[in-house]
Design a protein around this ligand. Structure first.
Ligand code: ZN
Length: 172
């Protein structure tokens, strides 16, 4: 993350943090569905778990925000990039993806979110925003730790992981 975004108020920062979590859990859900379509149930389960973690995180943020969050939901959201820092690039996803690859993708994503919030914590002028960003960065770092624990449960990938005995039918 080169330059950290600036927020004019704590409410604006909370709205942004919430919108990022909404985006992340929706992306993980979409990836889970994509894997189910391709009968990749093991990986679908991993993405569902990540979606649940981010959905829970979103509730936690809303709780911490309390009155600072006007109307209780992200009303305005000024993000400069096309996607939130937790969003996943769908072009990285292979339908035969292994659990390890799914977890590496999630890990990359959670690390990016960590760096994003760290950058805000370091540059925010408002101490309340800085403190909250620090907490968000800690949460995201914890998600990386969970992903690492899951990774330990899966052995190295078969070098032929992308060989499909029954490939999808291509029409031209
Ligand atoms: Zn996360």
């Amino acid at each position: 993350m080169t330059d950290a975004p600036k927020f004019s108020s704590v409410a604006e920062f909370f709205a942004q943090a919430l919108a990022i979590e909404v985006e992340a859990s929706e992306r993980y859900e979409a990836l889970a569905e994509q894997m189910e379509v391709h009968n990749n149930a093991r990986v679908a389960t991993i993405f569902r778990k990540m979606a649940a973690i981010e959905a829970e995180h979103r509730k936690e943020i809303a709780r911490r925000a309390g009155d600072a969050l006007v109307g209780g939901r992200p009303a305005s959201f000024s993000w400069t990039g096309p996607d939130g820092p937790e969003a996943i690039d769908f072009s990285d996803v292979h339908y035969l993806m292994t659990p390890r690859q799914a977890l590496m993708l999630a890990r990359h994503n959670e690390e990016r979110a960590t760096r994003y919030f760290e950058a805000i914590a370091e540059t925010a002028e408002d101490p309340e925003i800085a403190a909250f960003a620090r907490t968000m960065a800690d949460d995201e770092r914890q998600h990386v730790v969970w992903v690492d624990r899951w990774l330990e449960k899966f052995e190295a990938d078969d070098p032929d992981w992308d060989a499909d005995p029954d490939p999808p039918v291509l029409s031209d």
